[in-house]
Write a protein that binds this ligand. Sequence first.
Ligand code: NAP
Length: 333
Amino acid sequence: MPSLRPKPALFNPIFRLTTSGLLRRTGAGGAVRAMDAAQVFDRESGASDEPDQRARLKIAIVGFGNFGQFLARTFAEQGHAVIGHSRSDHSAAARSLGAAFFRDPHDLCEQHPDVVVLCTSILSTEAVLRSLPLQRLRRSTLFVDVLSVKEFPRNLLLQLLPPEFDILCTHPMFGPESGKHGWSGLPFVYDKVRIGDSEDRANRCRRFLDIFAREGCRMVEMSCTEHDENAAEIQFLTHTVGRLLAKLDLKPTPINTKGYETLLELVENTRSDSFDLYNGLFMYNNNSTELLERLELAFNSLRKELFGRLHVNLRKQLFQSPDGGSSPGAEEN
Ligand code: NAP
């Protein structure tokens, strides 16, 4: 599949790794370890020494829902080979995006992707990751997650993946609605949690990040912890206010102000995201509970201020005599 886009300055061909591996578990729920194996997987996966083939990544998207398909479109447009897997059958959607879809995770892993992008709901990530037959992947596989929270997947990936796998935690801070007109200027946060020392591995990670850089994203390298501290305010607050306003069932009017239109836009932006996503932002970011409490306090304090003034004005009216002086009742009080 030829690339439809100009090659950027960052573009570096990736050289396929020459070793592959088998994996074994070290006890119930324990870490998965890689074992040396012959290079047969590389040949099976159709790796080629042609420069174009080396430059192209085979990217598996696990969780081929709303956001997974949104990413798949751009990956495919840039000439990468995209394969998908999900709980539901998204074969038709995959076909329309130029991607292959595998209902069985074993079949997906046997394709030996260079990169596996975890794109499932935050709440289902652990179960989905545990259900993947990691032993069928090459041991040099790069795992990327795009979850909207970051500390949780970082810890999970470090705990469940074999030590030979590379880990890149990312958060494209836009979605199918906010990124529908392109990704230029939109923030892309990433943390190279564990990238092997070899040039091949560094190149592969760079090439994956380059997909977003060449779309014009604002690339922000930031630790997962720092991301979550910032994201509670940025994301959770935005989604909460959007969902709160949605409950008011706001309607456009013939005299909309700019401010009101911003509110309607916020409702529109957040309404299209699943409740699972919103719930995940709350459940898996330690900072969200505190933010919700601060929001409630702020609302109560604002209401108190308004009702306080109302009370003062009412009292003035109640106790003012018709000639402008205070009524006897007011003096008694
Ligand atoms: P989502 O509701 O968070 O996730 C939907 C995906 O999760 C679908 O692929 C769905 O599979 C899968 N899934 C849900 N429950 C599952 C379960 N019990 N077992 C297996 N799979 C399950 O919506 P989304 O917008 O597509 O987001 C996907 C991920 O991207 C999330 O982690 C989210 O935080 C992240 N993200 C989203 C945005 C955005 O704007 N939407 C932006 C940045 C990052 P099926 O399709 O098979 O049902």
